[in-house]
Design a protein around this ligand. Structure first.
Ligand SMILES: NC(=O)c1ccc[n+]([C@@H]2O[C@H](COP(=O)([O-])OP(=O)(O)OC[C@H]3O[C@@H](n4cnc5c(N)ncnc54)[C@H](OP(=O)(O)O)[C@@H]3O)[C@@H](O)[C@H]2O)c1
Length: 271
């Protein structure tokens, strides 16, 4: 379904550009309904040439020409940006922030008005349109606002709604999670090399296996333990491998990874 709103993205960096590419694909948003701004002239030129959308050098001008404003600058740049756009923002705008760790209350306080604000925690896989994004909104955001955000992030992967207080937990799991899975893939690749597979073959086997297993969980909706049992023949090879993983305490290590990353993301807010 096409999104019938003028969307303006402030900060045409890695994630900003991924959003632009995702939204333009499948005709979700037409080029004349999407614009961006960036303080770097080079980024504006690259993005407008590559994607054929209007790029503003003035953030307030972008805001005045948009219904939905997506803040995609780095967290330490958000405060200055809010000061810049404060006058141009009205209660009719929907503000969506993807800056990691920046609370909705911080945005509202710095805009100095009651505006619908959605905070999103996404992950690096939006670059390949397989991202995982969790969204939370303030009281000013109606159901339509949440649906618009779901459409936007749905162009780049999967979306869930959560309470804002759970966004730290989201950071600890899916925000940091790609790094955990890269480590698993890397280690499986080393294992393959150890048993004689050429490195690039081993990497392909490991990465596609991780991808396929994730797809099985998502598409069959079976519990992962059931899927694991299905490939574990009594007395066979897989159970040998599983016993090694149990001995290496892989489960508790991953649980603790999520726990500690969640704790750390709470601390980052206070620093
Ligand atoms: N990368 C990820 O995997 C990831 C995952 C989840 C969430 N996020 C969040 O996404 C946001 C963007 O991350 P990113 O990796 O895309 O960063 P990025 O590549 O540095 O992009 C940010 C862009 O915004 C520009 N900018 C800064 N201040 C501006 C302003 N006032 N007006 C207009 N443009 C401005 C920056 O220019 P300068 O370089 O000149 O400052 C840069 O081109 C961050 O807040 C991050 O927390 C990123």
């Amino acid at each position: 379904m096409a999104i019938d709103k003028r969307i303006g993205i402030i900060g045409a960096g890695k994630i900003g550009e991924a959003l632009i590419a995702g939204l333009l694909s499948d005709g979700r948003v037409s080029k004349d309904m999407l614009s961006a701004s960036d303080e770097k002239e080079e980024r504006r030129r690259i993005v407008s040439e590559k994607h054929g959308i209007k790029c503003y050098s003035s953030n307030p001008e972008l805001v005045r020409n948009s219904d939905v404003v997506i803040i995609a600058v780095r967290p330490n740049q958000v405060k200055g940006l809010l000061e810049e756009i404060r006058e141009a923002v009205t209660p009719n705008h929907l503000i969506i922030t993807i800056a990691a760790g920046v609370p909705i209350a911080f945005i509202a306080k710095n805009l100095r008005k009651r505006v619908p604000i959605i905070r999103a925690m996404t992950n690096t896989a939006v670059l390949v349109r397989e991202g995982m994004t969790a969204i939370a909104g303030n009281d000013e955001v109606g159901d339509e606002g949440m649906r618009i955000a779901e459409e936007i992030f749905g162009a780049l992967g999967k979306v869930v709604r959560v309470e804002e207080e759970l966004l730290n937990a989201v950071t600890g799991l899916s925000g940091s999670g790609p790094a955990y899975i890269y480590m698993v893939i890397e280690a499986l690749t080393e294992g393959g090399v150890k048993v004689g597979l050429p490195r690039e073959v081993s990497l392909l086997l490991a990465a596609q296996t991780a991808f396929g297993a994730a797809k099985m969980v998502l598409e069959t909706k079976e519990h992962p333990a059931k899927l694991r049992d299905m490939v574990t023949t009594p007395g066979g090879a897989t159970i040998e491998g599983i016993l090694q993983l149990e001995e290496g305490k892989i489960r508790i290590a991953l649980i603790n990874a999520v726990l500690r990353a969640t704790e750390r993301s709470k601390q980052l807010l206070m620093e």
